[in-house]
Design a protein around this ligand. Structure first.
Ligand code: F6R
Length: 609
């Protein structure tokens, strides 16, 4: 979603703002802009719809001077993605950039218009600029004007504010949308995530919920919701810059797919003690798996599919019934909750609004809250009793890849831990499972070696208008994830189905123009899937089979294309089989010529409901 950057330095601000906004591009945006304060303290602004290169062109044509500035990438919520609606918004002496939504927008707009203000844009953000300007005009100091304005705002937001004539000030506020302050050798910075701040500062302060701050070159003053000065911890920047760069890869998505053996190694290394062949789940001791009667799981998109795979593991291996739903529906079902029972939330960003709202619903119902997140400083992590990090490193490509397989890694290890706690697995069986889980990064590396063949298959797939993905058991969520990956980056319409559901409707779609991707390792349900493959073949469907050697021997003749995976132990097959699905959609998108890392309309971190 939207990204914020601010700088108070000694070098020209505009190039730095552009550089930082490029680092925020991965969050998804449809317009961008920057404002600086020039040497005489005057505000200057450039904005552009579309990609940052348009903003760059505007700056080349009319450069902005000054060493103080704020910048923004906007993902439209209030108002279309036009130049006029792009941030920063300026009212009189005040420039504002904003992430999130001001919920009492209508009331504020009516009040301001009654006082003669004529908003220039359709945004809620512009109203904040008018409120600060009105407070300054009433004689308040910048600090008082910011404090008074924040007291009028309702909703979830992060704000950065510049005031004309105040070259040593950026005001910032956080309520529901993350913001961090970077302390550097040569200035003070503000960013909506650590990735934007990484090249400029090695020390960070994460603002807490309700905090607001006045940044200057010499440091920062932070206030809590009540306006009282507060101290917040300074921590080392967690993000290595290289992890946020493409290296030799053409796209972040390709880099992230190829990083999986390494990051899965880190994740399993965190939860498995290979020397002792045991699990390391100290943090999860807060969850009473032994006495749990059921567990809730809620998440969105790809993270939800990781949860769906885990349902099979928790129910089969640990005998723990799972109630799972997409977070955007879960909270509206008004599901009755049993206090004390565990609820688990899965989120790469840790900021997804629906997942956070479901967490709060379960918190209000007295449940024990656990989360699996990739961003340890995220809101979901901070609101959880137990936090299980995925350690995938920054995921920049909008389509989730390495975060998904790392979520599966944590979930698989957690299911084994739960099974042991519930007396369903003996020490010896735990040891055996630990050995199997530890092999996953190796199988993922083997799957990556199939890339050249998968790329050939993807060339044909990129010409299709529709595709079906079929799977049974844990391969059903993988079919759903494969279809999501294809549609979101190549814009080819794709659906995932339970293979057994085919004849209850979707089989009507099968003809020679319909690619059918079947995920079918030779496992306990293989024979049943083999029958479904025959049903598709009999109707002329073009089958792309992803299986292992034994599966290929038995049904390979029915498929137009067969991708032969290594023979993987069933428990970790979903982790390894995610790889050919990622590669297939990645290469199909490259052939289709789409914007792989920033597909249209999508945002990386979805902080609105
Ligand atoms: C798809 C994708 C999304 C996210 C979803 C949840 O490739 O990335 O479906 O999985 O928006 O995001 P997080 O995991 O940040 O809560």
């Amino acid at each position: 979603m939207c990204g914020i950057f601010g700088v108070l330095g000694s070098e020209p601000a505009a190039p730095r703002l552009l550089d930082a906004l490029k680092r925020l591009e991965y969050r998804g945006y449809d317009s961008a802009g920057i404002t600086t304060l020039d040497e005489s303290g005057r505000l200057g602004r450039r904005r552009a719809a579309g990609k940052l290169r348009n903003l760059e062109k505007a700056l080349d044509a009319e450069p902005l001077s000054g060493t103080t500035g704020i910048g923004h990438t906007r993902w439209a919520t209030h108002g279309a993605p036009t130049v006029n609606n792009a941030h920063p918004h300026i009212a009189g002496r005040v420039a504002v950039v904003h992430n999130g939504i001001i919920e009492n927008y209508r009331t504020l707009r009516d009040e301001l218009m009654a006082r003669g203000v004529k908003p220039e844009s359709d945004t809620d953000t512009e109203l904040v600029a008018h409120l600060v300007e009105a407070a300054l005009a009433a004689g308040l100091s910048p600090k008082e004007a910011i404090g008074a304005t924040l007291g009028k705002l309702q909703g979830a937001y992060a704000l950065a504010i510049l005031i004309e004539g105040e070259q040593d000030l950026i005001a910032a506020a956080r309520a529901g949308s993350p913001l961090a302050i970077g302390l550097g050798e040569e200035g003070t910075y503000l960013g909506s995530d650590a990735i934007a701040l990484a090249p400029f500062s090695d020390r960070l302060i994460y603002m807490e919920e309700g905090d607001w701050a006045l940044l200057s070159r010499g440091g920062v003053e932070i206030f809590d919701e009540a306006g009282e000065p507060v101290e917040r911890a300074i921590v080392a920047t967690p993000v290595s810059i290289s992890m946020a760069e493409k290296g030799n890869y053409r796209h972040f998505m390709a880099k992230e797919i190829h990083e999986q053996p390494e990051v899965l190694g880190h994740t399993f290394g965190h939860y498995l003690d290979l020397a002792q062949e045991s699990l390391r789940f100290g943090a999860a001791e807060g969850i009473d798996f032994a006495n749990a009667t059921r567990m809730t799981i809620a998440a969105c998109g790809t993270a939800y599919y990781a949860g769906l795979v885990a349902r099979y593991w928790f129910e089969r291996v640990a005998g723990l019934p799972i109630d799972i739903d997409v977070a955007s529906e879960f909270r509206y079902r008004e599901a009755p909750l049993t206090p004390g029972q565990p609820a688990l939330f899965v989120s790469q960003s840790g900021e997804t609004a629906d997942t956070l709202a479901s967490l709060r619903y379960c918190r209000a119902g007295g449940q024990k809250i656990a989360s699996i997140v990739n961003v340890a400083s995220s809101t979901i992590a901070r609101e959880s009793d137990v936090v299980l990090p995925t350690l995938a490193g920054p995921e920049i490509g909008v389509a989730s890849t390495k975060a998904f397989t790392c979520q599966l890694a944590v979930l698989a290890a957690l299911a084994v831990h739960a099974a042991h706690a519930r007396g369903r697995l003996s020490e010896d069986e735990v040891r055996e499972h630990v050995g199997i889980l530890a092999e996953a990064p190796g199988y993922v590396a083997d799957a990556l070696r199939l890339e050249a063949g998968i790329e050939r298959v993807a060339r044909d797939l990129s010409h299709a208008s529709n595709a079906l993905y079929l799977g049974r058991g844990t391969n059903l969520p993988l079919a759903l994830e494969g279809a999501l990956k294809l549609k979101e980056i190549s814009y080819i319409h794709a659906e995932g189905y339970a293979a057994g559901e085919l004849k209850h409707g979707p089989i009507a779609l099968i003809d020679e123009d319909m690619p059918v991707i079947v995920i079918a390792p030779h496992d306990a349900v293989f024979e049943k899937v083999a029958s479904n493959i025959q049903e598709v073949a009999a109707r002329g469907g073009r089958i792309i089979l992803i299986t292992d050697e034994r599966g290929a021997e038995e049904v390979g003749t029915q498929s137009a294309e067969t991708i032969v995976m290594p023979t993987v132990p069933p428990m970790i097959a979903p982790i390894a089989y995610a790889v050919p699905l990622q590669l297939l959609s990645y290469h199909a998108a490259v052939f289709a010529g789409t914007d792989v890392d920033q597909p249209r309309n999508l945002a990386k971190s979805v902080t609105v409901e």
